[in-house]
Ligand binder design. Structure first.
Ligand code: PML
Ligand code: MG
Length: 242
């Protein structure tokens, strides 16, 4: 049975509100489209005026399979502790760790991620308002640990989707680390991930109600070739018998 990439993008007055990604069997396409549309219309950031749901067949030979990153959870009582914790992880990758933190705590309403040059601290994404959107990914099998999702529910989806994205991103040789703060005003847990430390959940990354949020990928500019195509276009299934 063919596989399809299903993508949802929701916006209001041209401003990004939410998005979602799945790779599913043909038999599941209609249910997934319906679930994504419902989700787009019930987002805490607001009611969109435009929802795009796109379905595209995936070439099975193009699929890359990567494992989930192992996960851990830090304990941070407030944003100051969250900052120190994240800096503690990313200082190994860049001398501009504070600038990377300042960026991830100031971006908002971006569809995609910031590409942050580890060596210089410069931004490398071609369109800085949009960023680089990681698409074409899903979990082939759910991670068998505490953040497993035996069945998809909205509450559990968020962590699984973040872990799928983090695994796809970390797999590329150019990516040294990722820092994510949810752009959902009701959700203050984010994460830092690297190939070595895995996916570390960081509570209290921002104040409740804050609309800031986004992703910063700290990258080695010398290995950048193919990164944007990989992030945006290569279909990746995470988990399974890799
Ligand atoms: C988002 O959905 O906006 C980002 C989700 C980050 C999830 C962090 C976690 O709870 O592990
Ligand atoms: Mg979001």
């Amino acid at each position: 049975m063919p596989l399809y990439s299903v993508k949802m993008r929701a916006s209001l007055d041209g401003t990004h509100i939410s998005g979602a990604e799945r790779i599913v069997d043909a038999a599941d396409v209609s249910d997934v489209c319906a679930a994504m549309s419902r989700r787009a219309l019930a987002h805490p950031k607001g009611c969109p005026d435009t929802v795009n749901v796109t379905v595209r067949e995936v070439d099975p030979d193009a699929i890359v399979r990567v494992p989930f990153l192992p996960w851990d959870a830090a304990e941070c009582a407030d944003e100051a502790e969250a900052r120190e914790t994240v800096l503690g992880y990313i200082r190994a990758c860049t001398p501009h760790a504070e600038a990377a933190w300042d960026l991830v705590t100031s971006v908002r309403n971006m569809r995609g991620a910031v590409l942050f040059d580890a060596a210089t601290g410069e931004r490398l994404e071609p369109d800085q308002a949009r960023g680089v959107r990681v698409t074409n990914m899903d979990a082939v099998r759910i991670a068998d640990d505490d953040h497993a999702v035996a069945e998809r529910t909205p509450a559990k989806d968020r962590v699984t989707e973040a872990r799928v994205l983090a695994a796809k991103v970390a797999h590329h040789p150019a990516v040294l680390a990722e820092v994510c703060i949810s752009d959902d005003p009701d959700y203050t847990t984010g994460y830092v991930s690297t190939k070595d430390i895995g996916y570390v959940r960081i509570p209290n990354m921002k104040p409740l109600g804050s609309e800031i949020g986004g992703r910063v990928f700290i990258v080695d500019a010398e290995q950048l070739e193919g990164l944007i195509t990989y992030l945006e276009e290569t279909p990746v299934l995470v988990g399974g018998d890799e």
